[in-house]
Design a protein around this ligand. Structure first.
Ligand code: FE2
Length: 283
């Protein structure tokens, strides 16, 4: 089983994703450029923290990326760097077709997720066990867009098919990663859903429902895996949910607004700071 190939997020693709279908967008020049810029910026952060010269092609175990304390520092810097100079929300917005874009909101701020080589996957920060993003508040009618910024060697994620709409008990607060993602109370539950293993190449984008159970595949490569994900939701769904209605300006912006943003306004609107949160309440 493999993801369905698509070249754009149309209303049809969006709705089918909500029913559990997984899509992949093949690499384009633009997505390759965005992935490369993300890698360059992370390489610079690595270099600053470790004083070990690094390049976008060489974010390896040797650059100390496997040390959890280093990864924590890198993640802190990443958050700051990507909130000051967001580059990718607009890119993700361009993936959505014009007609579909009119009715959609897009998450306005994310920073990349790093998964170091998995010597002991359980211990690695950001290694994510099977979970649903809907567990941490996103309406299940949300669609995830996941851009691979590493090659398939570093693996990707597996999406458990037919897991949408199935209520599963989960717990949080156990271990470094469980606190972020939550873990299944009964891990065996995922055995009943066939896993689709997705290992996209740099610049490819996976599209899947927020309510689909998914997990990282262990990174058995030598390099740190880098991915960045955004979410898209229909305006009508967002406006029905009080927490998302109140938080629309905070978490999501109309795709059309993001596409229209000139660079300076974009950096104000999309960055994650108190001022921008106040401003974006009006959008
Ligand atoms: Fe997730």
């Amino acid at each position: 089983m493999t993801p369905t190939v698509t070249t754009s997020i149309t209303e049809d693709v969006f709705q089918r994703a909500l029913t559990g279908e997984v899509f992949i967008m093949r690499c384009t020049d633009l997505s390759a450029d965005v992935a490369q810029v993300v890698r360059w910026r992370i390489a610079r952060i690595f270099t600053k923290i470790t004083s070990i010269p690094s390049s976008a092609e060489d974010i390896t175990a040797k650059t100390a990326s496997v040390r959890p304390d280093v990864i924590e520092k890198v993640n802190r810097r990443l958050r700051i760097s990507f909130s000051r100079w967001p580059i990718s929300a607009k890119y993700f917005a361009t993936l959505i077709s014009d007609t579909c874009a009119k009715s959609k909101l897009i998450q306005r701020f994310r920073y990349p997720i790093l998964i170091p080589p998995s010597v002991d996957p359980v211990e690695w920060i950001e290694f994510s066990p099977p979970h649903k993003d809907s567990w941490y508040g996103y309406p299940k009618e949300t669609v995830n867009l996941w851009l691979a910024c590493s090659s398939a060697k570093e693996a990707g994620l597996q999406i458990f098919l037919n897991s949408i709409d199935t209520v599963m008990r989960f717990k949080t607060g156990l271990g470094k990663n469980a606190g972020v993602y939550g873990t299944l109370e009964e891990p065996k539950v995922c055995d009943q859903f066939p896993p689709m293993k997705c290992t996209p190449e740099t610049g490819e984008v996976l599209i899947f429902c927020t309510d689909a159970l998914h997990s990282s595949l262990p990174n058995t490569g030598l390099q740190t895996r880098i991915a960045i994900d955004y979410r898209v939701i229909d305006r009508r769904v967002a406006s029905k949910r009080s927490q998302w209605n109140n938080g629309v300006g905070r978490f999501f912006l109309p795709v059309t607004t993001v596409l229209r943003c000139p660079p300076i306004l974009e950096s104000i609107l999309l960055s994650d700071n108190p001022v921008s949160r106040r401003i974006t309440q009006f959008y």
